[in-house]
Design a protein around this ligand. Structure first.
Ligand code: HXC
Length: 517
C-alpha cells in the first residue's frame, strides 16, 4: 500500500470513528420511538448532500473526574453549514449519545465558530438542542461557554435569523440561548424546557408536576408561548423549519425571497362581499379571510395555539413574503390581551428587522378588561404592540374589516403609527368604543331620567351607531386612505405592496430605544 493510500485510510478510520458518536448502545437507546440521531437530523434538515462538517475531530480538554481518558470526536455537537432549498444556512446539532450532549468549553467553542460565520456571511443559523446542560465535570468553564453563546445570540439578533429546535432536554440556564433566538420549535413528548425541573419545584414549592406538564411542547406552545411550533416528531419538526426558511432573507441587509406564483395579483375575491356576518356581534374566522386573499391560500401560522385571539404568520402576495397580523373575532371576540400583545409585538419586530412587510387585518373591540389583565400589566404589555408598530419602517398595509375601537384603533397599525396604506371595508366601525357602552356613559343622566330607559337606550345607541359605526369619518380625515369593497382586498394589497417596494423610512439615530419590557 502506498503512503498516500495509508493516509487516506487513516482519515477514513478517523471519520468512521467520529460518525459512531457515543457508540452503538447509546445510539440504540436514543433512537427509541421516532427520534433521529444528531446526524440524521441534519440530513433531514438540509438539502441532500449539502452538509459540510467543521471541527469533526475536536475533543474536550477536561482533566477532572477521569475525563482525560474519555474523549469522543466532536465532543457532543456536530457543526457546519449546508443549504435549505439552495440557500446557505449554518447549523449545529447536539448529540445526546456523547456525554448527554452536555455543553463543554470545547462544544461551546464549536458553536461560537458557527455563530460567528453566520454573522460574518449573513446566513441564518439553526441550532438543534438535545443536551443535559452544562458539562458537570467542567464547572465554570462550561458555564462560561454558555454565556459566550448567549452573547453571540444577542449580537446576531436582528442580523441573521436564528432558529432553535428543541429535540430533547433543555434545562437550567441552557434554555436562554433558544429563548433569545427568533423561532423555537419543540417536539411533542420528547422535548422539554424549564429553568428548574420537577424535583426542585417539589422541594421548593411542594407542587407536583410532570416534566411534560411543566415544560413539554404542548405547554410551551399553548401556555407560555416559549415555543412557536410544536411538531409531532423529529422529522416533522425539521421539515417545518425548512418551510419557515422559505419566507426569510439570509440577513438584515437582504430582501425576503420572492417566488413565482400562478395566483393573479388582481384576482377579485367576490365571496368576501358576503363573508362577514350581518350581525356585528357574530364571530367569523379571520384565518379563513386571510387564506382567501393570500397567494394560493398558503398561510404559515406561527404560535397557532398561543394567544389565538391574535393570529400571526407568513404568507405571500404576488410572490412577496409578508408577515400577517390579524385579530381573531372567534376568540375573546378578538380583544387584545397581554399574551396577544406580546405575541404580535415580537412578530412585528422580527418582520421589521428582516425587511418583511406587514399586512394587518383589524377587527378588534379593544383591550380585554379585567383585574387579571390590569394587575399583570396590560398597560406595559399592550404598549409593546404599539411600540413595535410605531418603530417598524417596513411597508405596512392595514385592512379594517369591522370593529376598530378605542386604544386598539391607535395600536393596530393605524395611520398615526406610520401605516402606509390604510384600507377599510364599508362594514368598518371606527369609534372610541362600542355604541352601547358609549351611550351608557355619555347619556347616563338622560337614561336615568327617561320614563322608558330601555327604549331610550335603544334610540340613543342607534343614533351613536349611525354617527360613528362606519369608516367614513376616519376616511374624511384621511386616517383611512380608501374604503373598499371586500372583493378588492387582494388586489389592493398586492398593488400597495408593489407601490411600497422601494419604501425608505428611518427612525431617529439613537443607541437603542427603551421598549416597555
Ligand atoms: C455531563 C451528562 C450530563 C451533564 C447527562 N450526562 N447530562 N454528562 N454533564 N450535564 C451524561 C450521563 O452521565 C450519561 O452518561 C449520558 O449523558 C446520558 O444521560 P442519562 O442520565 O443516562 O440519560 P437520561 O436518563 O435520558 O436522562 C437525561 C437527563 C439527565 C434528564 C438530562 O442526564 C440529567 O438529569 N442530567 C443532568 C442535568 C443537569 O442537572 N444539568 C446541569 C444543569 S445546570 P453515560 O456515560 O452514562 O452514557 C446547567 C447550567 C447552565 O445546565 C447554565 C447556563 C447559564
Amino acid at each position: 500500500m502506498d503512503l498516500n493510500q495509508e493516509k487516506m485510510n487513516l482519515l477514513e478510520q478517523r471519520n468512521q470513528k467520529a460518525f459512531q458518536g457515543g457508540g452503538e448502545e447509546r445510539v440504540k437507546k436514543h433512537k427509541q420511538g421516532s427520534r433521529l440521531t444528531a446526524r440524521e437530523r441534519l440530513q433531514t434538515l438540509l438539502d441532500p448532500g449539502s452538509f459540510v462538517e467543521l471541527d469533526r475531530f475536536v475533543t474536550h480538554r477536561c482533566q477532572n473526574f477521569g475525563m482525560a481518558d474519555k474523549t469522543i470526536d466532536g465532543d457532543g455537537v456536530i457543526t457546519g453549514w449546508g443549504r435549505i432549498n439552495g440557500k446557505f444556512v449554518y447549523v449545529y446539532s447536539q448529540d445526546f449519545t456523547v456525554f448527554g450532549g452536555s455543553m463543554s468549553r470545547t462544544q461551546a467553542n464549536k458553536i461560537l465558530k458557527i455563530q460567528e460565520l453566520a454573522m460574518k456571511n449573513g446566513a441564518p443559523i439553526i441550532g438543534i438542542n438535545d443536551s443535559g446542560g452544562a458539562r458537570i465535570q467542567e464547572g465554570v468553564e462550561a458555564l462560561g461557554g454558555y454565556a459566550d453563546i448567549f452573547l453571540n445570540n444577542v449580537m446576531a439578533s436582528g442580523v441573521v435569523p436564528q432558529i432553535s429546535a428543541i429535540m430533547g432536554p433543555s434545562a437550567g440556564g441552557a434554555v436562554y440561548s433558544p429563548s433569545i433566538t427568533d423561532f423555537v420549535f419543540m417536539v411533542k413528548d420528547t422535548s422539554y424546557m424549564f429553568v428548574t425541573g420537577p424535583d426542585v419545584i417539589k422541594t421548593v414549592t411542594h407542587e407536583e408536576v410532570t416534566k411534560e406538564e411543566l415544560g413539554g411542547a404542548g405547554t410551551h406552545a399553548t401556555k407560555s408561548g416559549v415555543a412557536h411550533f410544536a411538531a409531532e416528531d423529529d422529522k416533522h419538526c425539521l421539515l417545518m423549519i425548512r418551510e419557515l426558511l422559505n419566507f426569510l432573507p439570509g440577513n438584515n441587509m437582504d430582501d425576503p425571497p420572492k417566488v413565482q406564483t400562478k395566483d393573479d395579483p388582481l384576482r377579485l375575491v367576490e365571496e368576501l362581499n358576503t363573508f362577514l356576518p350581518d350581525n356585528a356581534k357574530k364571530p367569523y374566522d379571520m384565518k379563513e379571510l386571510v387564506k382567501k386573499v393570500v397567494d394560493e391560500s398558503y398561510f404559515l401560522e406561527i404560535h397557532q395555539n398561543y394567544a389565538p385571539n391574535v393570529v400571526v404568520g407568513f404568507a405571500r402576495f404576488n410572490g412577496r413574503p409578508v408577515g400577517i397580523v390579524a385579530n381573531q373575532p372567534q376568540v375573546l371576540a378578538g380583544c387584545l390581551n397581554i399574551d396577544a400583545s406580546k405575541k404580535a409585538a415580537r412578530f412585528i419586530r422580527f418582520c421589521d428587522a428582516f425587511n418583511i412587510p406587514i399586512v394587518t387585518f383589524v377587527d378588534v373591540p379593544g383591550f380585554l378588561p379585567g383585574t387579571d389583565q390590569e394587575w399583570n400589566g396590560i398597560i406595559t404589555h399592550g404598549a409593546k404592540l404599539l411600540y413595535a408598530y410605531a418603530e417598524a419602517t417596513v411597508p405596512k398595509v392595514t385592512v379594517i374589516t369591522r370593529k376598530d375601537y378605542g386604544g386598539a384603533y391607535c395600536v393596530m397599525s393605524s395611520k398615526h403609527l406610520r401605516g402606509d396604506v390604510n384600507l377599510a371595508y364599508p362594514s368598518a366601525e371606527i369609534a372610541v368604543m362600542g355604541a352601547e357602552g358609549a351611550v351608557n356613559i355619555i347619556f347616563r343622566e338622560a337614561l336615568n331620567k327617561a320614563s322608558d330607559t330601555d327604549a331610550e337606550r335603544s334610540k340613543l345607541t342607534k343614533e351613536y351607531e349611525d354617527k360613528f359605526n362606519n369608516p367614513y369619518i376616519a376616511a374624511e380625515l384621511g386616517y383611512i386612505d380608501e374604503v373598499i369593497e371586500p372583493s378588492l382586498t387582494r388586489r389592493r394589497i398586492c398593488e400597495s405592496l408593489e407601490m411600497l417596494e422601494n419604501k425608505r423610512d428611518t427612525n431617529p439615530s439613537k443607541k437603542h430605544g427603551n421598549i416597555p419590557l
